[in-house]
Design a protein. Structure first.
Length: 157
């Protein structure tokens, strides 16, 4: 498994992985309407380009296995935020999320951050708890008219 930075040529693959991961991995925890609100089939290209290009302050890292996108994660140093961490259904439980999270946490420490936070889904909460994150708040976030439960979590790094 190899990590590398995002390039603009990765846009379609990253968004496709995001969509498929949400709809395949999170389907037991969220309703179809919630999944469609979280990851709609028709996506906002400009919003994703801005996010992934770094315009929003995010650094984006991809995990690949023999040229196949296995997962991605984003770090926003200004907000001490691990903002996205998604792993393809084909690469679940193969260490991809751990590899990406380790990389993000290392970069955050090297940048002088003492804490890192994330907003974890119902599905991701256990992964982050095992890594030492603690729940600060359970919340309902609105996406396209749907309320989704997630958890604001924090880790001292």
């Amino acid at each position: 498994m190899q990590l590398r930075p995002y390039t603009p040529e990765d846009l379609d693959n990253v968004v496709s992985l995001f969509y498929k991961t949400v709809h395949q991995i999170c389907s037991a925890a969220y309703t179809p309407a919630q999944l469609n609100a979280w990851a709609p089939a028709r996506w906002d290209r400009q919003r994703w380009e801005d996010l992934l290009s770094g315009k929003s302050g995010h650094q984006v890292f991809l995990a690949e296995e023999e040229g196949v996108l296995a997962g991605f994660a984003t770090l926003c140093l200004e907000e001490s935020l691990l903002d996205h961490l998604y792993v393809s259904a084909d690469f679940q439980r193969k260490g991809v999320a751990t590899l990406l999270a380790d990389h993000i946490e290392t970069l955050a420490r090297e940048a002088g951050l003492q804490r890192l936070h994330t907003e974890a889904s119902l599905v991701a909460r256990g992964f982050f708890e095992k890594r030492g994150y603690r729940v600060l708040l359970q919340q309902q976030v609105e996406r396209r008219g749907q309320l989704l439960t997630n958890f604001v979590m924090e880790k001292i790094i």
